[in-house]
Structure formats: C-alpha cells, structure tokens
Ligand binder design. Structure first.
Ligand code: PEP
Length: 255
C-alpha cells in the first residue's frame, strides 16, 4: 500500500517570519495524521530558517528547483548539494511555471539525475495545458513529459521519485480537475511506468494530484485509487487549509 504524500509548494510567497510561523503550525498539526507523509517547500532563502523548525519532526523539507551541477560558475543558481546541506530531502522539478519559462523535459531529466545523485527525492511535475486538453493531446503530452523527464532512471532511482500530475489549467485558477479527470491521467501515468519498469514499481510509485486542491475538494480527489496525495500551492500558505488537506488524505488513504 502506498503511503499518501502531501507537499506544500509555497512558491514565491511569505517572508522569513511568516515562513517560520507557518512551518511551526504545520509541525504542530501533523502529528494528528500519522498515516500521511508531509513536506513543505519554501523559497530558497527561507530553507535554512524552516529547516530549524522542521528538523526532528514528521515534516520533510523540500526545495522548488535546483541547477544540475554540483558547484561552479552558475551565477544565481542553487546546487543539489547545497539543498542537501541545508536539510532538504525533496525537490520539486519540472513545475509548469518553470516549464512555461522554457524548461524542457530534457533539462528536467538532467535535474532529476542530479537530484538523485545528491540523495534528494524529486517530485517530478507533468501536466497538459487547456489547449492541449481541448485538442485531445493530453495523453501524448503526459507520455512525452513522463518519458522525457524520467529518461535513463533505473528502477531503484525511480523508487525515490514522486510524480505530480498538475494540469496547467488547474494551477492557481480555482478550477480543479474533477476526480475522474485526475484519476484517468494518473492511471495512465501508472500504466506508462508499468510498461517500462514493471507492475511492482508502478504500484509502489506515488502520484500526487496538484491544481487548486482545497479542503473542500481534497476528499473527493484523494478517494481516487491512483491519487496518492497532493502537491498544494495556494492552500498550503495557511496551516489550517493545508492541514485540512492532510486530514483528507489520512481519512481516504490511511484509515
Ligand atoms: C502548484 O503550483 O503546484 C499548485 C498546485 O498550485 P495551486 O494549488 O495554487 O493550484
């Protein structure tokens, strides 16, 4: 049985004091939901401050990106080793907000390999735009992104990854995918993984749904068999709403 995993993507929000306060509230709240794995992903500059809060707790620390080199003349970039050094165990890669800035699946793939080499667990985001959905290209887009982003991974490396299905049209829009739409694509992703890595690897892989998840819709999404938790943007910026989503994951998956 896959353990549900709920991660908060704080994006470019909060300041140092509010990041620390939010992390404290999440740490205090999660013990009520022992069946759910939880991570929070603050902006780079607040990682260290948040690490001090979450160290020793059930809340894991994640970053929102990395640069796929260990060190060197890459002005403004952050290496996987630096993320490990400040206490990260996860890193979000290939978020649609980064793909929209020109990040290709090939580059995401380089980042996935670099993350794994450094001992970080990638949360690899894939998702179609509204136009691609309307043109019936969802399956083809998802296949390309999944195969491209995970190219060259061994089964062991794959076992350290999480996939987040995030339809671009549902991110930050208030319009979530229906549970059936999420399930349809997430089951397809699992089939793609099974075809390449076998059924056991596919059954073990956690696939989150992301895109306007709120306390109001979390339960209906988490009830779907191939939805193993969520990657949460806006609703992760308030402890109450984030913890309510964690509670829904616990109620649907872990009880
Ligand atoms: C995200 O950015 O990963 C996300 C899912 O955002 P939101 O929950 O705000 O749609």
């Amino acid at each position: 049985m896959r353990r549900p995993f709920v991660a908060g993507n704080w994006k470019m929000n909060l300041d140092r004091a509010s990041a620390v306060a939010l992390a404290k509230a999440v740490v205090q709240g999660v013990d009520a939901y022992p069946g759910v794995d939880v991570a929070i992903c603050p902006p780079f500059v607040y990682l260290s401050a948040v690490a001090e809060v979450v160290t020793g707790s059930r809340v894991a620390l994640g970053a929102q990106n990395l640069y796929p080199e260990p060190k060197g003349a890459f002005t403004g970039e952050i290496s996987p080793l630096m993320l490990k050094d400040v206490g990260c165990s996860f890193v979000i890669l290939g978020h649609s907000e980064r793909r929209a800035m020109g990040e290709s699946s090939d580059f995401v793939n380089e980042k996935v390999h670099a993350a794994l080499e450094a001992g970080l667990r990638p949360i690899v985001c894939v998702g179609e735009t509204l136009r691609q959905r309307k043109e019936n290209k969802t399956s083809a887009v998802i296949r390309r992104q999944v195969e491209g982003s995970l190219a060259g991974l061994s089964a062991v490396q794959l076992s350290h990854c999480v996939i987040a299905y995030e339809p671009v049209w549902a991110i930050g829009t208030g319009e979530n995918a229906t549970p059936e739409q999420a399930e349809e694509v997430q089951a397809e992703i699992r089939h793609l993984i099974a075809a390449r890595y076998g059924k056991d690897a596919a059954d073990a892989l956690r696939i989150q749904y992301g895109g306007s998840v709120t306390p109001a819709n979390a339960e209906s999404l988490m009830k779907m068999p191939d939805v193993d938790g969520g990657l949460i943007g806006g609703a992760s910026l308030k402890a109450d709403s984030f913890l309510a989503i964690v509670a829904a994951a616990q109620a649907c998956k872990a009880s």
